[in-house]
Ligand binder design. Structure first.
Ligand SMILES: [Zn+2]
Length: 303
């Protein structure tokens, strides 16, 4: 089924190119030409928007509400890739389809940017996960320090593609990174004073966030929230929550909250939303959601 849909995409694309092309020359870009940047999921959009602001045109490839870990490119994705100047994605472990899709799009001018390049990645430990998702945990954007590297990488890619506005992109990136750094420093200070460092969540998306603050996530499901949690794992978590008097179980938007609610009821805790920033949450920015995440985790650990 996957193969068929990719072949279909390629055929549609070839046809589009044939109809549009016919040997005509590309017109030179106008002076007010805006870079056409395609991004994969919401955190990539947030970083790119902060850097490019009104000087670029952004299109998201993964529709809101679609779980980015399960996304498969469609004809629409291929059309966007065939017309774009730059593609910004997080990592091969997150968007596994990028290599194949960009090859199929055969857009010679497309610059492909892996935003998480040069971040210090955390290795996965489960053999099944490594087989399905590669060697590393992909959730780098949930670290305020890795995010700064991603923002820098995006700014350099935009600066290289659009030299007229290079200073504008670099200045925006520096200003944005100052805000990320300030939030990081403020919560490093707060978390360092706490004794309790473990919080309980649905899907294990927060390893990078934890590393920034010396925290530990206890999760109902694995890094990719696939399959049902085992009874054994649930029993262990229940015992953990009772022993440590855990009052909050965090729930991510894309994960079914049912198991979290059951666990919360069992141990006398309440559930609270935590953002993975894989999809949008109304008008909330990356910074707002990260601050709300940190504040909620902090309050849940402070006794
Ligand atoms: Zn995830």
């Amino acid at each position: 089924m996957k193969k068929l849909s990719i072949i279909f995409c390629i055929c549609t694309l070839l046809l589009c190119n044939l109809l549009a092309g016919c040997g005509s020359k590309e017109p030179a870009p106008a002076a007010d030409y805006k870079l056409r940047v395609v991004v994969t999921f919401n955190a990539m959009k947030e970083f790119t928007q902060a850097v490019g602001q009104d000087k670029i045109h952004i299109t998201s490839l993964i529709p809101d509400g679609t779980e980015p870990h399960d996304f498969q490119p469609t004809t629409k994705t291929m059309q966007a890739l065939s017309k774009a100047d730059i593609l910004i994605y997080n990592s091969t472990g997150m968007e596994r389809w990028v290599e194949q899709a960009t090859q199929a799009a055969a857009n010679p001018k497309l610059v492909i940017v892996e935003a998480s390049k040069d971040t210090d990645r955390i290795s996965l430990t489960e053999a099944d996960e490594i087989r399905a998702h590669g060697q590393y945990d992909p959730h780098t954007w949930l670290s305020l320090s890795c995010a700064q590297t991603e923002v820098k990488n995006i700014a350099e890619a935009l600066a290289a593609a659009d030299k007229t506005n290079a200073d504008f992109y670099r200045k925006n990136a520096a200003e944005y990174n100052q805000k990320l750094q300030a939030l990081l420093a403020a919560y490093q200070k707060k978390f360092s004073k706490l004794e309790q460092k473990d919080f309980v969540t649905g899907h294990a998306a927060f390893a990078y966030l934890c590393r920034d603050f010396g925290l530990q996530q206890q999760s109902i499901e694995d890094v990719f929230a696939s399959g049902e949690p085992s009874a054994q794992n649930l029993a262990k978590l229940t015992a953990y929550c009772k022993e440590h008097n855990v009052k909050t179980i965090f729930v991510e938007e894309a994960v079914s909250p049912k198991t979290s609610e059951t666990l919360a009821r069992e141990v006398g805790a309440t559930t609270q939303e935590i953002y993975t920033i894989e999809s949008s949450n109304g008008e909330k920015t990356y910074l707002t959601r990260m601050e709300e995440n940190l504040d909620a985790i902090y309050k849940s650990l402070k006794k």
